[in-house]
Ligand binder design. Structure first.
Ligand SMILES: *Cc1c(COP(=O)(O)O)cnc(C)c1O
Length: 376
């Protein structure tokens, strides 16, 4: 069987986890959390990062940091994971969905400005498949209308846009270390704070609304409740696992990129014949091979192909059901403008097996099976 995903293991995880156990310090913000944060800050040139229990939690922190109030509006694509919307709906925001570009599946930057109202507070670009949104346009709209930009870079760790790491371009960035992502701690995430001035507020929110971080640095002589917040710290065992992954970030990245390129080359003849479409990576983007997807003619063809692959023990999966068509999406959001591509393109997209150490012969088996489906 060729699974769709396998959690990455680099071989150093047990070594670091054993150290964490021996440290007798298993709660949050211990030595391994600090090591991971320092690694993220220096590798991605980010002033401050915080590990969180998930990307969902990082998004929730960002919604608190930009002070979302009931009735505020946030703009995002409908083609995304529920957490992107949920984090803001939890604070009472109205989620305004905008159509995507069919080439990258990212929010169409040219449709954002028309969705801005006097209630708009933030834009949430989602870097689908680790391929960046058109950030220059998004930042200039945000500047003009005084909006915050929170990047959902859950899939974008190690990707760049014009040389800048995804997650470090807007006001805040959110990473995921879920085990379906490129680097994992089982469940995990990080919040990237790109303006140093927001550091203290982030620490308060993350430490249950207290100024405990200032206390630990000796800046106040006792800590107390100063604002609303929650517990957004992962434990040290998770951080130790993650540290092994970050330590091998380049190895994992190169391995995935090699698999991605192999898929691309093997399936290019089908794309040239117009039988399928392949992913598009804009020139200013370096991606991290988070995902390899193809697009079939329509949903019927996709269903048949999933079945065809399954008969050969190959697991392929489609992706998001657009949020605006979901029960909660209708309740907490609205679609601005016309849904030209979100539904249509999401119904054609199929993800093929992609994980660290995916074997060459397995990629060949998958691509041969796809080619046989198209008799090509
Ligand atoms: C995976 C993912 C999330 C959620 O990440 P968790 O760490 O599982 O909370 C959010 N947004 C996008 C785009 C994702 O792919």
């Amino acid at each position: 069987m060729i699974p769709f995903n396998r959690a990455p293991v680099t071989g150093e995880e047990q070594y670091y986890m054993t150290q964490a156990i021996e440290n007798r310090k298993l709660s949050g913000d211990g030595p391994f959390t600090k090591k991971c944060q320092e690694w993220l800050e220096s590798s991605f040139e980010c002033p401050k990062t915080y590990l969180t229990p998930s990307c969902t939690h990082a998004l929730e922190m960002a919604a608190l940091l930009v002070d979302i109030k009931p009735g505020d509006e946030v703009i995002m694509p409908s083609y995304t994971f529920v957490s992107t919307a949920n984090a803001f709906a939890l604070r009472g925001a109205v989620v305004v969905f905008v159509d995507i570009r069919p080439d990258t599946m990212n929010i169409d930057e040219n449709l954002i400005e028309d969705a801005v109202t006097s209630k708009t507070k933030a834009i949430i670009p989602v870097h689908y498949a680790g391929v960046a949104c058109e950030m220059d346009t998004i930042l200039s709209i945000a500047k003009k209308h005084e909006l915050m930009v929170i990047e959902d870079a859950a899939q974008g760790v190690m990707s760049t846009y014009k040389g800048k790491a995804l997650g470090t371009i807007g006001d805040y960035g959110c990473y995921s270390f879920h085990d379906t992502k490129n680097y994992t701690s089982g469940e995990g995430g990080a919040l990237l704070v790109n303006d140093e001035r927001n550091k203290e507020q982030a620490e308060i929110i993350r430490e249950k609304g207290t100024n405990r971080s200032r206390f630990l640095r000796g800046q106040v002589d006792k800590y107390s409740w100063v604002n609303i917040g929650s517990s957004y710290l992962p434990g040290e065992l998770n951080a130790a696992y993650l540290y092994a992954q970050l330590h091998h970030a380049n190895v994992i990245n190169e391995d995935r990129l090699a698999s991605w390129n192999m898929y691309y080359e093997a399936l290019e003849p089908l794309a040239e014949k117009g039988l399928i479409e392949l992913p598009m990576v804009p020139e200013e983007c370096c991606h991290n091979a988070h995902m390899f997807y193809i697009k079939t003619k329509d949903i019927e063809e996709r269903t048949a192909l999933v079945e065809w692959l399954k008969q050969d023990n190959i697991v392929s999966v489609f992706h998001y059901v657009p949020l605006h068509s979901s029960e909660a999406g209708k309740r907490f959001g609205r679609f601005h403008g016309e849904d030209r591509f979100t539904t249509k393109e999401s119904e054609r997209l199929l993800r093929l097996p992609m994980f660290y150490e995916l074997q060459k012969q397995d990629i060949e088996a998958v691509t041969n099976r796809v080619r046989s489906f198209y008799k090509c």
